[in-house]
Ligand binder design. Sequence first.
Ligand code: NAP
Length: 221
Amino acid sequence: MTETLPAIAVIGGTGNLGSALARRLAIAGRRVLIGSRDRDRAKAAAEALGHGVGSGTNAEAAAAADVIIVAVPFASQKATLQDIAPHVVGKIVVDTTVPLMPPKVMRVQLPPEGSAAVIAQALLGAGVRVVSAFHNVAAHKLATDEQVECDVLVFGDDRKARDVVVEIAAACGLRGLHGGALVNSAAAEALTSIIIFINKTYGVDGAGMRITGHLVPPAVG
Ligand SMILES: NC(=O)c1ccc[n+]([C@@H]2O[C@H](COP(=O)([O-])OP(=O)(O)OC[C@H]3O[C@@H](n4cnc5c(N)ncnc54)[C@H](OP(=O)(O)O)[C@@H]3O)[C@@H](O)[C@H]2O)c1
């Protein structure tokens, strides 16, 4: 069954968010590849995860996958995307980047382009379906086996690509919800600064975000 599911590369899969996503996806039986700037670091991270997780440089992992999750700091987003760009044409790239500008991470400071997701789409071009997601999930919570109390808003201009990422969120034990067009990603990217502020103000160990109400699943297609 897993053969029919997309192979998923996690670029920056050695990091906090990437390794937590890779772990949950691997446990769910997905084909996962860890990417890193350093092949040996990727190999060590993959071996630590087990579950048959593969590894390579970021470019190698991207080339071998159908869906490419990018989980690197905003400061290195552009360089990372430029590195994998030749290997992601025709594929889905899931950008998780929150454009935090340290040290003022509790302030919303969106880039002039509007959002990290819009930057990714502009850089990769129309031949790549960019979806953004996972902005509001605390990586250290995701790294456990516990239920994470956070919805995942999924943004992108291609509905079918969003469907794929909603399903990937579900494989991670999270409720993924369509959030609409890629430009809407700015709202979730901004919300992360507010969540960090709430964590500090109210002493929360990784606050989450929930959409309330009875949601009727959207029509397919
Ligand atoms: N942490 C969270 O709770 C969380 C939640 C939601 C969204 N996000 C977003 O997810 C992305 C990744 O966050 P993270 O906390 O997982 O980051 P991180 O652990 O600090 O870094 C992730 C990986 O990025 C790679 N990297 C590439 N260029 C880098 C550079 N110049 N400096 C440092 N690392 C670099 C590193 O992998 P190699 O050295 O192996 O190449 C590193 O392991 C960010 O955009 C963040 O805003 C994070």
